[in-house]
Design a protein around this ligand. Structure first.
Ligand code: M7G
Length: 321
């Protein structure tokens, strides 16, 4: 995978959306000025950019992270993509082999943009390419090192509360169990544009607010976890016709946002963060809690951190990494 960071500062580029966005968010994106490519992946066709938005004659503008991603092909538009509305340019031909450049009309050449604005320094670091390191965290390490760090450093989870209180994304909710203790909301992850099933991605967010992550789970929470597993699967089968044996359902450890939530992704999709050093299957988590009520309080959990993550430094200071 080609991943690198590039400084664009000498050549500040202006982002021009296809047409001026309607409403505040769209017109703000049209003011974006690029500073630096934080990370890009040729394989995933995605680029993470640090820029400024909202800059005008008497305003400095604020930091933004803009993620641009080429969207997957849709089978239903393939024939249109190849027909005479698309300009085709032959690049090379050799025996039975040839390559072309295709210039499709705008409605077939969409790019997904995700914007974090205003972005904090921590958001910019989240998307910056860096060396990765593993940490092995015992239950005591969690209580003595990680928990104080989380309590002082975490991202805001206001967006989570907005979803639970129906102040944002209310029309996107796929399923809700309103029980305050064992209920949750199932909603498309903002990484998924919902246009094709290949990269299906939803999250289940529990209503209760006292669970930060996997580490807080005990056997008392099994009813909540079973609701998420069963009702989440049923809702996805109903709405998207995707069967439970084609879904990957898991927690991240560490998550970025410390309000308990579960990821639902299509098994065929190599979703970011679904590798062994970060993902914990929900069905395994339930079984581990059934075997030992305090399994996640006590066992050593391994996770990945980036080189400049303060948590890595804190573990090093405590001679644990
Ligand atoms: P995580 O493991 O805490 O973070 O998962 P990470 O995977 O980003 O490191 C949080 C999940 O919530 C991720 O899959 C995000 O893409 C998703 N997400 C984050 N935000 C801010 C939003 C949002 O505002 N709306 C929705 N629908 N999903 C979000």
């Amino acid at each position: 995978m080609a991943e690198k960071q590039t400084d664009l500062s000498p050549v500040k580029k202006r982002l021009r959306p296809e047409k001026d966005g309607e409403g505040k968010a769209g017109s703000l994106l049209a003011t974006a000025q690029l500073n630096k490519v934080l990370r890009e992946s040729a394989r995933e066709k995605i680029v993470f950019v640090h820029g400024k938005m909202g800059k005008d004659a008497d305003n400095e503008g604020k930091d933004a992270v803009i993620i641009l991603e080429k969207t997957p092909f849709k089978e239903s538009t393939l024939s249109e993509l190849l027909n005479n509305h698309t300009e085709l340019r032959l690049q090379m031909q050799n025996d039975i082999y040839s390559t072309y450049h295709l210039y499709p009309p705008p409605h077939l050449s969409e790019i997904k943009a995700t914007v974090v604005y205003p972005a904090t320094e921590k958001h910019i670091r989240k998307y910056l390419w860096q060396e990765l390191y593993l940490i092995h965290e015992s239950g005591d390490d969690y209580r003595n090192i990680t928990l104080p760090y989380i309590e002082s450093q975490s991202f805001s989870i206001q967006w989570v509360y907005n979803i639970l209180e129906k102040k944002a994304e209310a029309d996107r909710i796929i399923h809700e169990n309103p029980d305050p203790e064992n209920g949750f909301v199932l909603i498309p992850d903002f990484k998924w544009d919902q246009k094709q099933m290949d990269d299906l991605y939803l999250i289940a967010i529990c209503h209760r607010r006292d669970l930060k992550s996997l580490r807080d789970l005990t056997s008392d929470h099994i009813p909540l976890l079973k609701n998420i597993l069963q009702e989440g699967r049923e809702a996805i089968q109903r709405k998207y016709n995707m069967r439970e044996n084609q879904l990957r359902i898991y927690f991240h450890y560490q998550p970025s946002y410390y309000h308990l939530h579960v990821h639902f992704t299509a098994l065929s999709y190599d979703a970011p963060g679904c590798s062994v050093e970060r993902a914990h299957l929900l069905c395994d988590v339930i079984q581990n809690l059934e075997l030992d009520p305090n399994y996640f309080k006590n066992r050593t959990l391994t996770f990945v951190v980036k080189a400049d993550d303060l948590l890595l430094q804190t573990f090093k200071d405590a001679r644990k990494a």
